[in-house]
Design a protein around this ligand. Structure first.
Ligand SMILES: Cc1cc2nc3c(=O)[nH]c(=O)nc-3n(C[C@H](O)[C@H](O)[C@H](O)COP(=O)(O)OP(=O)(O)OC[C@H]3O[C@@H](n4cnc5c(N)ncnc54)[C@H](O)[C@@H]3O)c2cc1C
Ligand code: SF4
Length: 449
């Protein structure tokens, strides 16, 4: 170990405020009107459009692009938001390169899809800026639904239920609504407090009461909700971070990527946020890429990301992996952490090479190497909070709630969706779709009863 790493060097003000502002500016700046019209003109307006099928919320993409061409921006936004009320955030955060834009037939001829995400943002931004209400509530039904969790799944469900005329109470553990849109998404993807702007828009439909700081499993049980409400939707996300299962994991300098990102997202002045000089990230998904890129953009001198398998197996898309590389993150594949080394603070982490055996299972490759670090971030996935698991008699598998296609759980009157359910792909757009689908099924159930 070199002597310069004996002392941890975790501090703020590594970069001045102008550099930080530049590093955390909009990742994909919005299109101007002329850029949007040119982009819209590239759409072939396919019949049975593959992009619409590839969008988890089934937005009529040719339909909204056609309206942009005829300068009907409000109509275009309505086409988007009636399927996906978080169409503004999804325009910023969807990995379009593996969703709608991957399916675009323009890829076949020109290897460049129509810029669907940017066009979606072009159409929806004015609606959120002006907070112009595009939806109306149906007459009150007198039914009351509890939604647990104020993230994309919960808010999407609450909004759709409100449009059906039901009254909704959203119980949300955090002090602000929005879930990971507010506390998790990389800061340069959702600048200018867009997450809260979108939440304000969603709540402005009326009929939704938001109760922040109220936690299922601590402040109330599922049984209580089932007694007091006509139906319950659970959209609590995944509250616990997976551990490395190594000795010294609680040593200073070793922490959860999710916790640090939440701190970053809530910081008033990013230039003052303490960041390590040498940061090592363990994981291969979106969270790992986000913490690595953001650490670099905060001024960390060196950021190493270590993943136990190859680039193809990483949860992060090729675009995200490239973003990390162009931001200066060093990615190491086929290695897993063996030992956290340090006295009062982590200084080094030892890794072992990995490989696949003949049956495709991950095995140890034998060789070892070390990386110096004053900060180690764990980003190896999350699971459902035990509080939630213990709060009711839900069918759970691999620490996720089991639901059917309509989001119905094994319990009478209880639906669930978003990251907390089994079989999803842990994306904002999927959580929004789960909330919407469950709301439609809840409405059907309430009208039968
Ligand atoms: C770091 C990071 C970056 C990401 N980046 C992207 C991205 O770029 N693009 C993308 O598509 N997806 C991204 N995702 C995934 C996306 O954020 C999630 O799939 C999405 O937020 C899931 O929505 P959700 O409503 O299920 O859960 P969450 O967003 O986690 O919201 C859960 C809500 O439930 C509340 N809650 C939790 N427990 C309780 C309880 N016991 N009682 C009451 N309320 C409770 C919380 O306060 C929170 O508001 C990212 C995730 C992470 C972690
Ligand atoms: S919601 Fe996401 S996947 Fe669907 S069309 Fe918009 S950007 Fe594409």
């Amino acid at each position: 170990m070199s002597s310069d790493t004996q002392q941890p060097d975790v501090r703020g003000n590594r970069l001045d405020k102008d550099e930080i502002d530049n590093n955390f500016s909009d990742l994909h700046p919005p299109l101007s009107r002329s850029e949007a019209l040119i982009a819209a003109d590239r759409c072939y307006f396919c019949y049975d459009a593959p992009c619409t099928t590839a969008c988890p919320t089934g937005i009529d993409i040719p339909g909204f692009i056609q309206k942009i061409r005829s300068d009907n921006i409000k109509g275009s936004a309505h086409t988007i938001l009636r399927e996906n009320i978080m169409g503004g955030m999804c325009a910023r955060v969807c990995p379009t390169e593996v969703l709608c834009e991957e399916a675009c037939v323009r890829n076949t001829h020109e290897e460049k899809p129509v810029e669907i995400g940017l066009l979606q943002r072009y159409a929806t931004d004015p609606v959120f800026d002006a907070q112009s209400q595009l939806f109306a509530r149906a007459p009150a039904t007198g039914k009351k639904v509890a939604v647990v969790g104020g993230g994309p799944a919960g808010l999407s469900c609450a909004h759709r239920l409100a449009t059906f005329g039901h009254d909704v109470v959203v119980f949300n553990r955090d002090n602000k609504p929005g879930g990971l849109n507010e506390y998790g998404i990389a800061a340069y993807k959702a600048i200018d407090d867009f997450a809260q702007k979108e939440v304000d828009y969603i709540l402005s439909i009326g009929g939704i009461e938001l109760r922040n700081g109220e936690t299922l499993g601590k402040d109330f049980t599922l049984g209580e909700l089932r007694k007091s409400y006509d139906a319950v939707f659970i959209g609590v996300g995944l509250g616990s971070t997976n551990e490395l299962d190594l000795e010294h994991e609680s040593m200073p300098g070793v922490g959860s990527a999710i916790d640090y990102i939440a701190e970053l997202r809530q910081a008033d002045d990013l230039s003052e946020l303490p960041v390590g000089r040498r940061v090592v990230v363990i994981g291969g998904g979106m969270t790992a890429i986000d913490i690595a890129v953001q650490s670099k953009r905060l001024g960390a001198e060196r950021v190493d990301l270590v993943y136990r398998r190859g680039p193809e197996q990483m949860g992060a898309s090729t675009f995200e992996q490239d973003l990390a590389k162009t931001s200066g993150v060093i990615i190491h594949h086929w290695a897993k952490p063996l030992e956290l080394i340090g006295d009062k603070h982590v200084t080094t982490i030892r890794f072992e090479r990995t490989a696949l055996d003949s049956s495709g299972r991950l095995t140890s490759g034998g060789q070892q190497f070390e990386l110096n670090a004053d900060t180690v971030f764990k980003a190896i996935g999350q699971t459902l909070d035990n509080d939630v698991i213990d709060a009711g008699d839900l069918d759970i598998q691999h620490k996720r709630i089991i639901v059917d296609d309509a989001g119905k759980t094994s319990l009478d009157k209880v639906w669930a969706g978003g990251d907390c359910v089994a079989g999803g792909d842990d994306l904002t757009v999927t959580a929004v779709q789960h909330g919407k689908v469950a709301a439609i099924d809840i409405d059907r159930y309430l009208r039968q009863g």
